[in-house]
Write a protein that binds this ligand. Structure first.
Ligand code: FAD
Length: 427
């Protein structure tokens, strides 16, 4: 490689979910004649995760979806709530089609690929030098979109994880209802600290993704995820001798009120989880990444800097910090907290709220649907925590989401890249 850095207009450092959506959006907006590079040691291909998200139908994702549902269920012991989502829909998108679309976009945009890990971004306010490994820079970019996974700038006051294992199940006869997805099923045994739930995303009557998820501070062992999933499968009344686990999906997503710096320096913009696109109270990320990709592409097409608006309003991040504290300190019961939101608000309001799209009046309605006293206690304690942080900058140790557990009692061997263990039937 030449020792002179290559000049580009835009460098995407990290080429995963957020970057793929940006490439697709730049292509869709007809951006041409822009010198673009992607720096990532891994070329993302095929199925390495499944995105579930809600939104309005009728956009660029429609023809990539595996399936979508206008009805979902939220289940507690004794009550099955069927929520009508129209005009929204809940949708499933496997990663393969997004990566394929990004690869097509790369070809049309003439993107230069650098298969290396970026180690440093030196921003002098006019250009950013992108360094990989050795101290020699490989790129000199006018702008950098950086989506490398990273912890928040400092540990949050509450640091939880959304951690999960899912089985793609194929049944030998019709056992799933493809007309509705299960969004959250709280009949799973609840952890001492945290919230657990199962969910079911049926593609058709014989094929579905069934997951066990926890919102809690610590990961389980591989064997514990398997046991929890088997328990949930039994709870659904599925006969293991008639099922084959065709794929396994593991993941860990940060749920923290620690701050993610979206603009660490003048010409570096962080996107994806690293840029704060993960909603702290739920771990949902996809819709914010998609929204921000569209904003970036519009801006670039109009000759403006590629800077999206913040993933969520500041007041929502504050509300999430209070909710996380209330859940973590046991001030509220987890399943009851989430179920009350759906019981006391139209489903679309809750979903738009979780996407950061509600008005202040709607936010107040959402707040009113939670239990007042514990939430007030959490609000006061959160305020005191913020004040302490301001007076004496945080003494909390740094915190980063660990890589997912991929096998029984074994941490991820591949540095956290998810999965994939073809498994024998769950007999
Ligand atoms: C299994 C799984 C399922 C998920 N499901 C959902 C869901 O259903 N709904 C939802 O809303 N969210 C979901 N999420 C959360 C979120 O949407 C995804 O994590 C999403 O992929 C985040 O995109 P990203 O670009 O921030 O990170 P990634 O997609 O992880 O991309 C980061 C990229 O950075 C690269 N990289 C790392 N280090 C370097 C380096 N030094 N230099 C250059 N590149 C580097 C990596 O190779 C990777 O390609 C899920 C997450 C996981 C892990």
């Amino acid at each position: 490689m030449s020792s002179v850095p290559v000049d580009v207009d835009l460098a995407l450092v990290g080429g995963g979910g957020a970057a793929s959506l940006v490439l697709a959006a730049l292509d869709r907006h007809g951006v041409r004649d822009l010198r673009i590079a992607v720096v990532d040691p891994v070329r993302r291909r095929g199925q390495d995760r499944t995105w579930a998200f809600w939104g309005h139908p009728g956009n660029d994702l429609d023809d990539l979806l595996s399936v979508s549902w206008s009805q979902v269920e939220v289940i507690t012991p004794g009550v099955h709530r069927a929520l009508q989502l129209a005009p929204l829909r809940y949708a499933m998108l496997r990663s393969g089609p997004i990566y394929d679309r990004a690869a097509e976009a790369e070809r049309r945009l003439g993107v230069r690929r650098i298969a290396a890990a970026a180690e440093a971004l030196d921003d002098d306010g006019a250009r950013v030098l992108v360094r990989t490994g050795a101290d020699r820079p490989v790129l000199r970019a006018r702008w950098v979109l950086d989506s490398r996974p990273r912890p928040p700038r400092r540990a949050g006051r509450t640091n939880w994880l959304q951690h999960f294992r899912g089985w793609w199940l194929t049944a030998d006869r019709a056992v799933f209802d493809p007309g509705r997805a299960v969004l959250m099923d709280f009949r799973t045994p609840q952890p001492a600290r945290g919230v657990s739930f199962g969910y079911v995303l049926p593609v058709d009557s014989r094929y579905a993704l069934v997951e066990y998820t926890e919102f809690s501070p610590n990961l389980l062992t591989g064997a514990a995820y398997d046991a929890a999933l088997a328990g949930y499968r039994d709870l659904l009344g599925l006969d293991p001798t008639r099922l084959t686990v065709t794929e396994v999906e593991n993941g860990v997503i940060p749920m923290t009120d620690g701050p993610f710096a979206a603009r660490p320096s003048p010409r570096v913009v962080r996107l994806g989880t690293a840029g704060g696109a993960t909603r702290p109270s739920t771990g949902f990320t996809f819709s914010a990444m998609h929204r921000q990709a569209e904003q970036v592409a519009r801006a670039v097409a109009a000759g403006r800097p590629p800077v999206p608006s913040s993933a969520y309003p500041r007041r929502h991040r504050w509300m999430d910090a209070v909710a996380l504290r209330a859940l973590d300190r046991g001030l509220v019961d987890g399943p009851e907290f989430f179920v009350r939101l759906f019981d006391r608000n139209p489903a679309q309001r809750v979903l738009r709220f979780l996407d950061g799209q509600t008005t202040v009046a709607e936010d107040l309605a959402v707040m009113r649907s939670t239990r007042l006293r514990p939430m007030l206690t959490a609000t006061v304690a959160d305020g005191a925590g913020r004040l302490r942080d301001r007076l004496a900058p945080s003494q909390r140790p740094n915190w980063a989401a660990p890589p997912p557990v991929v096998g029984a009692d074994r941490p991820a061997a591949d540095g956290g890249r998810e999965w994939r263990l073809p498994r024998p039937p769950v007999a």
